[in-house]
Write a protein that binds this ligand. Sequence first.
Ligand code: F6P
Length: 337
Amino acid sequence: MKSISLIQFLIEARRKGQLNAELSLLIEVVARACKRIAVATGKGALGDVLGGAGTDNVQGEHQKKLDVISNEILLEANAWGGHLAACASEEMEDPQPIPDAYPKGHHLLLFDPLDGSSNIDINVSVGTIFSVLRCPDGISQVDAEHFLQPGVEQLAAGYVLYGPRTLLVLTFGHGTHEFTLDREIGSFILTRRDIRIPEETAEFAINMSNQRHWQPPMKRYIHELLEGSEGPRGKDFNMRWVAAMVADVHRILTRGGVFYYPLDTKNQAQGGKLRLLYEANPMAFLVEQAGGAATDGHQRIMELQPTGLHQRIPVFLGSREEIELVTRYHQQDQTSS
Ligand code: F6P
């Protein structure tokens, strides 16, 4: 089979009118930066990249050295190409403008430079998540408010998974596609075109240690799954939890399943655990483009109007039938209370 590189794939998509040259360049630049992050994560103790950076990010979370390194790699790579108006990151309180020395583009890039970073030191998969929006016209100074666009406005989204293989999974609204980094030639090569998530599943991902803190509809739903073939669902369910959203979502895009980070009494005051703009929205876009569904327990994630750059929400995504069921349980609970 003739291999298709990411660049060739993007050129073909441009010819079909699916994306423009600036967006294509942006995706290439992000992919190139992620190759450098893959090299850094792969070095581990040999590159002095393990452990904490000794700083906290805007969310009050301890930063790992690799969080900081990955953030810098993405910022530096994206500063000079002329494809961006500004960047925003999990690791920075405010958006980063493009330096005056460089031309400005029409896009806004949001990213979580290293998702699941508690996995770094134990040599388990981590990832980068990104989302691309159009910068509103006529803006000379980009502020956080310009990033507050619902997920349906995303022009592209993707993640790079640093696991046994380095994979890029990408959408620009014409399906969800997977590319594998060929380490010998240094290129991302198309390995799955038009990924489809099965509508049904018998596998779920959730942090069960939070069970006692969940709301009643979540407790009811998971209880029914755990009852397996003896309960109302009439079949046994399997559970997996990598604690890196990228890896858990990748499993769903490979063999189906569902991922949940619901509201609980610990994260309620913040609105949830996961960030809407650079975690939930890009993952929702990828999952929907693969035939799955993504809600916050009540509504489609991609239709939520963001209110803050680092806003958090509950996340329910994956195989359509399960997401519809768990969302129905939450909606019923709301109408009965
Ligand atoms: O902050 C994001 C994240 O690391 C996700 O990648 C992951 O799914 C989740 O948090 C893990 O949460 P917990 O540590 O509660 O299992």
